[in-house]
Design a protein around this ligand. Structure first.
Ligand code: HEM
Length: 724
């Protein structure tokens, strides 16, 4: 059969019975059904390296110096299939790394360079990521050579760092430790637009007010990593662009100084590409044909390489020596007046009103030819916005300050979602402690765990108090950027101690009991809080007739207020917690969607989420002590009553006026219990119901307790890279 027969054969169900296309899904008939894919992505079966693969162990075998030397050599090893601009790949490598890291947003910790997600859609094919496939392909021989000892995620982050080093920057350091994912991330919400580069208006309440950008987004348009280089909605106006940059970079956790340093430092090397017609380019990798082999944006009609590349459509370099780390960006920006012009591809850009030939950058292929430099609207913002300008002028006059600010900001950019320092690996890890790393001092391990547990058990605190406090301390963990969690006991510090979700008055009462236990035994408060939860779970299991010991790993430390950047903890505040049947206020999204979001950030599978929630209900851990979903007459015993009663056809489920539900006895009509949406979704969603049935089964009472304990311990230890 030749290729032309494919269509005909595709009509035949025998030939093609599997559902293999991305466009359709078996559940797309019911678009409002809860989609559990973001939890199913936690399943490790798609990882070809197997469940015993340990990246940290592999890293120990990595010859870091040899890898760095290979990368240094790669920077100037121009390949005929994709010739390097001026014989150097530093620009394209740095942009690839920046685009990998620059998707990070502090609100949910998602995005960023931590997973190697740039290999997959949508990021591998975003309009703004045009040609980032080329540096990745250039890196492939190195990835192939070092194999499992270096992940794609680490290699992508390192390549840009080495690019800056080769250009001449004294970098701030580098840490390995990013583990690869093996399929597109399903959890990241990039915006609701259905069209690439749709106008910004869709995602701003008022496009004139940058702060109205919809949460948790950071980019101004679908398919961009940050702001539109030609201006808001493509209309040049550097002041307006500055406002959007400020908001977008703040959402990436960058302040004004970091924003100026990063943008100027970014554009100190490399160039923009717009010398041709973007209409001649082949599709982005994900939409390409088989023979494209995942390489996108190739010019099939013309030359399309070297000086004829088209990426953003903007054309030209920013500095006279675009392969060198120097102060050329600010010198160029401030020593010339700039006027708006159009690039050969028709994009808006600024070019100098007049410039000496010697100050012009050379052609990428022929050093004898000189071209005008250019600035984007975002570059001009660094000169026009008063706050940015003050920083830019300081950097213009103090190259060392600029270099240091850039090196630090670049390190932060590329390490923001790697998590605490205990996850860092390699010889170039900087010794300096940085506040954005959420530092936690090492805790003690040699104390008598049994004695601590005995004191907790005698303390008079209820099971609900013990379990709720431990849960609240651990639930802030986000697998997305590895921030939060119980380590550090930041629950006793501002801002966390005052969060509504933590029930401040109850929390203060519990801490008054637990802190003296820590002081008396030598355990950290963080460890005592977790042990308190474990004691509560063990007591509850015993009340249900099961003897269990919850696994415990000592060694958590207690952070101080000085080690805590209170502002940067604000995004970790839970606005809802389905596990404790609570939400701060009414939101546009449903409670069950917020439950899924939190479960995903905690790294839970759908089954783990199910068993945890059902268990916590019967332990009476609801926020404020509400009774919704407490489907048991034995509160405080770790029974599977929640599931047994939820699936029992003796009851009917009736909505009430206030968004709640009553569970009524079908025969008598008597109201037996009340529930929220978050409770009832475990009976209404077919997949969650399947899990609920497993735990309701008569033969699974023990399994329920064991699975609950395992999921509980997983959450308590989710942030313990230090103990791995
Ligand atoms: C407001 C922020 C920014 C905007 C609007 C922006 C825009 C652009 C545009 C339009 C290009 C040209 C792409 C092409 O046509 O090939 C470019 C290239 C580049 N950008 Fe940025 N950028 C920004 C921030 C940054 C940052 C923070 C970095 C790194 C820290 C960076 C690093 C680079 C590099 C190295 C290149 C050159 C790529 C090459 O030589 O192929 N940019 N940027």
């Amino acid at each position: 059969m030749d290729g032309s027969d494919v269509k005909k054969a595709g009509k035949c169900p025998v030939m093609h019975g599997g559902m293999t296309q991305t466009g359709g899904s078996v559940t797309s008939w019911w678009p409002n059904a809860l989609n559990l894919d973001i939890l199913h992505q936690q399943d490790s079966k798609t990882n070809p390296l197997g469940k015993d693969f340990n990246y940290r162990e592999e890293l120990k075998k990595l010859d870091v110096e040899a890898l760095k030397n290979d990368l240094r050599a790669l920077m100037t090893d121009s390949q005929d299939w994709w010739p390097a601009d001026w014989g150097s790949y530093v620009g394209t490598m740095a942009r690839m790394t920046w685009h990998a890291a620059g998707t990070y947003r502090i609100s949910d910790g998602r995005g960023g360079a931590g997973t190697g997600n740039q290999r997959f859609a949508p990021l591998n094919s975003w309009p703004d990521n045009a040609n980032t496939d080329k540096p990745r392909r250039l890196l492939w021989p190195i990835k192939k050579k070092y194999g499992n000892r270096v992940s794609w995620a680490d290699l992508i982050a390192l390549a840009g760092t080495i690019a800056y080093e080769v250009a001449g920057l004294k970098t701030f350091g580098f840490a390995f430790g990013r583990e690869d994912i093996w399929h597109p991330e399903k959890d990241i919400y990039w915006g609701e637009e259905k069209e690439w580069l749709a106008p910004s208006d869709n995602r701003y309440g008022d496009v004139a007010d940058a702060k109205t950008l919809a949460n948790p987004l950071a980019a101004v348009q679908m398919g961009l990593i940050y702001v539109n280089p030609e201006g808001v909605n493509g209309k040049p106006d550097p002041l307006k662009t500055a406002a959007m940059m400020r908001e977008t970079f703040a959402r990436m956790a960058m302040n004004d100084e970091e924003t100026v340093a990063l943008t100027a430092g970014g554009h100190t090397i490399g160039k923009a590409h717009g010398n041709g017609d973007a209409g001649n380019l082949s599709p982005a990798p994900e939409g390409g044909s088989l023979e494209d082999q995942g390489l996108g944006w190739m010019n099939r009609k013309g030359r399309g390489i070297g000086r004829d590349q088209v990426v953003s459509g903007i054309e030209g370099a920013w500095t006279t020596q675009p392969t060198r780390w120097d102060n050329g960006f600010f010198e160029m920006l401030f020593r010339h007046d700039w006027e708006l012009r159009k690039s050969p591809a028709g994009a808006w850009q600024y070019e100098p009103v007049s410039i000496a030939d010697a100050d012009k950058p050379a052609d990428v292929e022929d050093a004898a030819i000189r071209h005008n430099p250019m600035m984007t609207d975002a570059d001009m913002a660094l000169k026009v916005d008063p706050a940015y300008r003050a920083i830019s002028e300081r950097f213009l006059n103090d190259f060392d300050a600029f270099s240091d600010a850039f090196a630090r900001a670049w390190f932060k950019l590329t390490h923001r979602d790697l998590g605490p320092k205990s996850r860092y690996f390699g010889p170039d890890v900087p010794a300096e402690e940085l506040i954005w790393q959420d530092p936690v001092p090492a805790g003690r391990v040699g104390y008598d765990v049994g004695a601590v547990k005995a004191k907790i058990a005698e303390s008079g605190l209820s099971t609900a108090d013990l379990v709720s406090t431990a849960w609240d301390s651990a639930r802030t963990f986000r697998g997305s950027d590895k921030r939060g969690g119980s380590n550090g006991a930041r629950i006793r510090l501002a801002p966390q101690k005052d969060w509504a979700g933590n029930e401040p008055a109850r929390l203060a009462k519990v801490l008054t009991v637990l802190e003296p236990i820590a002081a008396a035994t030598g355990a950290s408060v963080a460890d005592v809080i977790v042990l308190a939860g474990n004691v509560g779970v063990e007591q509850a299991a015993k009340a249900a007739g099961f003897d269990v010991t919850v696994p415990f790993v000592p060694g958590r430390g207690d952070a101080t207020a000085a080690q805590t950047d209170a502002d940067s903890f604000a995004p970790l505040e839970p606005l809802a917690d389905g596990f404790r049947n609570w939400q701060k206020e009414a939101y546009a999204v449903t409670g069950e969607e917020m439950l899924l979001d939190r479960a995903q950030l905690l790294g839970l599978t759908a089954a783990e989420m199910t068993v945890l929630l059902g268990g916590m209900r019967v332990l009476g851990t609801n926020h404020g002590g509400t009774k919704h979903g407490v489907f048991t007459d034995r509160v405080g015993a770790l029974t599977s009553d929640f599931f047994a009663n939820l699936t029992d056809m003796r009851y009917s489920w009736v909505p009430t006026a206030n968004g709640l539900y009553e569970i009524r006895d079908r025969k008598t009509g008597a109201v037996k219990w009340t529930a929220t949406r978050v409770d009832l979704v475990f009976g209404s969603n077919s997949v969650l119901r399947a899990y609920a049935e497993v735990y309701a089964q008569d033969d699974n009472a023990r399994k329920f307790v064991d699975d609950f304990v395992a999921a509980w311990a997983k959450v308590m230890n989710a942030d313990r890279a230090d103990a791995a």
